[in-house]
Design a protein around this ligand. Structure first.
Ligand SMILES: Nc1nc2c(ncn2[C@@H]2O[C@H](COP(=O)(O)OP(=O)(O)OP(=O)(O)O)[C@@H](O)[C@H]2O)c(=O)[nH]1
Ligand SMILES: [Mg+2]
Length: 499
């Protein structure tokens, strides 16, 4: 660790964000081995990142030529406070921020941590440190500062006035990544809603105080029309934003039922389900691809996956089940995004099995497991699900760490999507954890009921080889309640034939 202290009291440390192993994105090069998903989508994304300068710069109507609006990668300096926990936890948090910043296409130049019990109410960092930060920013020619916690609007402004470059916070950064990565209509709408919610109290301008005054007087019963000719641009903007938010909420509400219905159908068909959960960048999508050949995008970036993908697949013995990929978790997830996570969480809440992927090559896998379990604990239903802990990237992990993790999480399975290690063992563990069909039947299914026969094959468990008889196929199997009901409706079962 390249820690240099500055000044007396050593309250500030510079963190080397590049050499330490771990959070800042690992430089992993790999052959495209089939589990790494959609190369085209990856290309599209990185090309999106390359033109990011366009959005913030000059408006399109001005007709500025392309040469001038040349791409500029943001050059950022990170700042964080160390107010609780150990020094290494504070550093981890900043390193994770670095990985987030890289995912958003920035170049991370340096990071500063100040030891401080509470953030300065005015400027987040103490004002002395804020000025030191300003010097650092100037000497590195950085153009953005990213703070590791959510800043109050006034703090952000005050800090910006001191450092003279754009200041954004962790929340804005995560929202930005989500906005880039959202793909489905619902996902896009949810992220936009979250962004507007974040933006609304942060619109700056002189109208800010005016509208507060008006609000105060109206609230006091002075009865001044707050929407008269004196309406400011800011209030107009606010109103436009609120209207847009209302529309997004309506749209999202309309899209929800389709998803719920798909889930309800899967439930009705009694197809057992497993969901892959875990910290962001743990290797969830890679695992889904390995297990099902789904071709989901895999990227060495945080929050590569935002839209839950569900795939049907089979156990070694031929039972069907669904496997879903999900959005990764992260510490300090912006509250505005919890809503956007909802569909994923619901998916996890209804699953029979949780495949909890932990990056064994990360330097704080236990902390990540805790963060994920904390979120899951708040989701109704996840308590009943069986959890399989998967120690991923075993090809990268230190064998000693891996052994420690295996004893820390009994029953866990070390897996590498890269080498294929542990994949078969995991498949077997999933099969074992899926709920077993309960009702034992022995009956003849007519040849005309082919669909039912294949459901028995896929969802049930044969207890003896089938026998082809004159009137149909004799099966002795364990099946779910709804297959049994269908057989009864079809007159294939009399009460005596159910054991
Ligand atoms: N060496 C090695 N790298 C892996 C393995 N599995 C995944 N990776 C790499 O880890 C990175 C993240 O993989 P993803 O599958 O996208 O991870 P994820 O959990 O879906 O990430 P998000 O969707 O961003 O939350 C990619 O660069 C993968 O190539 C593995 O078994 N070995
Ligand atoms: Mg993913």
């Amino acid at each position: 660790m390249n820690e240099s202290t500055s000044g007396a009291g050593s309250s500030e440390s510079r963190i080397d964000l590049h050499t330490a192993e771990g959070t800042a994105l690992q430089a992993v090069s790999h052959e495209d081995a089939g589990w790494s998903g959609d190369a085209l989508e990856r290309e599209e994304r990185s090309s999106l990142q390359r033109i990011q300068g366009l959005e913030t710069g000059i408006s399109r109507e001005e007709g500025v030529d392309v040469e001038y609006r040349r791409v500029r990668l943001e050059r950022v300096v990170l700042v964080g406070l160390w107010s609780e926990g150990s020094a290494s936890q504070a550093e981890d948090s900043l390193r994770e921020l670095a990985a987030l910043a890289e995912t958003a296409g920035s170049k991370v130049l340096d990071g500063l941590i100040q030891r401080r019990a509470l953030p300065d109410p005015a400027t987040y960092l103490g004002s002395g440190k804020a000025h030191e930060l300003a010097d650092l920013v100037a000497s590195l020619e950085a153009d953005t500062v990213i703070a590791d916690s959510e800043l109050a609007p006034s703090q952000r402004r005050a800090l910006e006035d001191i450092v003279k470059v754009k200041v954004i916070d962790r929340t804005a950064l995560i929202l930005d990544i989500f906005a880039r990565h959202a793909k489905s209509r619902e996902g896009k709408a949810q992220v936009e809603l979250a962004q507007l919610e974040y933006l609304l109290p942060r619109l700056r301008g002189w109208g800010d105080s005016m509208s507060r005054q008006a609000g105060g007087r109206v609230a006091a019963g002075a009865g001044i029309g707050s929407r008269g000719p004196g309406e400011t641009q800011l209030e107009l903007d606010r109103r436009r934003i609120r209207t847009r938010m209302a529309k997004l909420r309506r749209d999202i509400k309309r899209m929800g039922p389709a998803r719920q219905q798909q889930r309800a159908e899967r439930r009705r068909a009694a197809t057992p389900s497993a969901v892959v959960v875990g910290y962001t960048n743990a290797g969830k999508s890679s695992l889904l691809n390995r297990l099902t050949g789904a071709g989901v995008l895999v990227e060495n970036a945080l929050f590569a996956t935002l839209d839950p993908t569900v795939r049907r697949t089979q156990t070694a013995s031929g039972r069907e089940y669904t496997l879903a990929d999900t959005v990764g978790f992260v510490r300090q997830l912006p509250t505005q995004l919890v809503e956007a996570f909802r569909s994923t969480l619901e998916e996890a809440g209804e699953a029979d099995v949780l495949v909890h992927v932990v990056d064994a090559s990360h330097h704080d896998p236990v902390g990540q497991v805790k963060a994920v379990r904390k979120v899951l604990a708040e989701v109704p239903g996840t308590r009943e699900a069986r959890e399989i802990v998967v120690l991923s990237k075993s090809d990268l992990a230190d064998p000693v760490d891996l052994a420690a993790l295996r004893s820390r999480f009994p029953g866990s399975i070390a897996v590498s999507c890269f080498t294929g290690e542990g994949i078969e063992e995991l498949r077997a563990a999933i099969e074992e954890a899926l709920p077993q069909p309960e009702i034992e039947i022995a009956a003849v299914v007519p040849y005309s009921a082919g669909a039912l026969l294949s459901r028995i094959h896929d969802d049930g468990e044969l207890l003896a080889p089938v026998e082809y008889r004159g009137e149909g196929v004799f099966v002795h199997a364990r099946v779910s309640a709804d297959i049994e009901a269908a057989m009864r409706r079809g007159g294939m079962l009399s009460p005596a034939e159910t054991k």
